[in-house]
Write a protein of this length. Structure first.
Length: 107
């Protein structure tokens, strides 16, 4: 996993608590293989959860990872559109902003 995009505070937190970071990484791996969803679908689900929670860092991370897993820009924008009727227009606007920045950084 490339660490070029990781926020400095995240890197510092992992360095401060390496055992916790390792367990968190293991938990992430275990949940990924716990069911039948492929990586692409998992990324879209996680992105939707992050958008619903209005968790900016998680939205950005999962948008980046979704792109790496083959999700198209159009599919990411569909997640934004779906946000409107479920979480509301302000949440959709925030997600739109965060995801567009990720898309622009990757181009």
């Amino acid at each position: 996993m490339s660490t070029d995009y990781l926020p400095e505070i995240y890197v510092r937190l992992r360095a401060e608590f390496p055992e916790v970071a390792a367990v968190l990484d293991s938990l992430g791996q275990a949940t990924s293989v716990a069911g039948p969803l492929d990586e692409r679908t998992q990324r879209l689900v996680k992105l939707g959860i992050a958008v619903g929670a209005q968790a900016e860092g998680a939205v950005r991370s999962n948008a980046r990872r979704a792109l790496e897993a083959g999700v198209s820009n159009e599919e990411l924008m569909h997640v934004v559109a779906l946000t409107i009727s479920t979480r509301g227009f302000p949440a959709a606007v925030a997600a739109f902003s965060w995801i567009k920045e990720v898309m622009m950084a990757g181009s």
